[in-house]
Design a protein around this ligand. Sequence first.
Ligand code: ATP
Length: 357
Amino acid sequence: MIDVTLESVSKRFARGGDTAAVDDVDITIAAGEFFTLLGPSGCGKTTTLRMVAGFYFPTSGRIRFGTEDVTRRPPNKRDTGMVFQNYALFPHMSVAQNVAYGLKIRKVGRVEARRRVEEALGQVHLAGYGDRRIDELSGGQQQRVALARALVIRPRTLLLDEPLSNLDAKLREETRVEIRRIQREAGTTSIYVTHDQAEAMAMSDRIAVMQSGRVQQIGAPQEIYHRPATSFVARFIGRSNVLTLPVVAADAQSVTVGLPAGGEIAAPAPADHGLRQGDTASVSVRPEHIGLTSATEAGALPGRVTEVEFTGMATNLVVDVAGEPVQVAAIDVPAGIAAGDQVGLRLNRERMWVVRP
Ligand code: ATP
């Protein structure tokens, strides 16, 4: 098991104009960790993964596997296992031949190769499928063959680029559990690329959220969800309201902001928030952390319902508060609530978080 380090890594493409596809990225991935690069299309996650794999060399910066500098080493000398969105299996070969491919290139003996192929197929729960043809397998099974093919060479790092995108929703959920189980058992340091925040949250030890080539935040799923660093992260991970409110007072742990209808609230804040009285703060509060009460309740934020959507588990509402639309997700709502109703909102102070704009 080895750790993977990216030090001030940037990538500019000749045809990329002035903007860097990956811009000064610093990431340290611990040995055995399942680490995800998450962000919208074009944010630079695939380019970052390709630099770790060796398909692209960085324009500047260093990449290390353990203490070894692999920055300009070709892909076949890096000992990485790759899994892609489109499986990239050989359709004319059997399952076992596909899995054995990397071993053949590495000139592993026939008996040893057969043993390791069996072992890898067992790992992905496809024991006994060795003689099947690739086109006789479902999409989920094909992706597990691809995973077995990557793991059979016992790579130092496992790199996965949107491996679940071609699967339907249900299979995607099942296969993500499988991938995580297999990775845990193998203990291989893994880097996973996805634009799907729910997938990233469910699978990862830690996530780097990227936007426009830059890392916005690195943290465990809970940390990124409850303490997003920026308004982008707050909105990209789940849903969030980012309220812009005047700062009344501030200390190291909290920022007290004035509310539209009068009154104030002390929102928890990161120590480096740098805000002072008279500034404007961006405060994230998630829809499920806002309670619904009557418009007349003391201390509640008065607003007018503009949208109501029943989803089964919760009712999603949009409430206009002094001209700002606020999203609310409530488990219990008064029967017959409808657009136009006056309501009161109670913000759960503990769950608010001051973010960078
Ligand atoms: P997606 O989820 O759509 O794959 P991504 O986050 O993986 O997106 P990248 O594929 O890393 O994003 O692309 C980052 C930026 O670099 C984009 O603006 C893209 O157009 C640009 N880019 C990627 N590859 C090349 C290339 N070979 N030549 C020029 N520009 C490129």
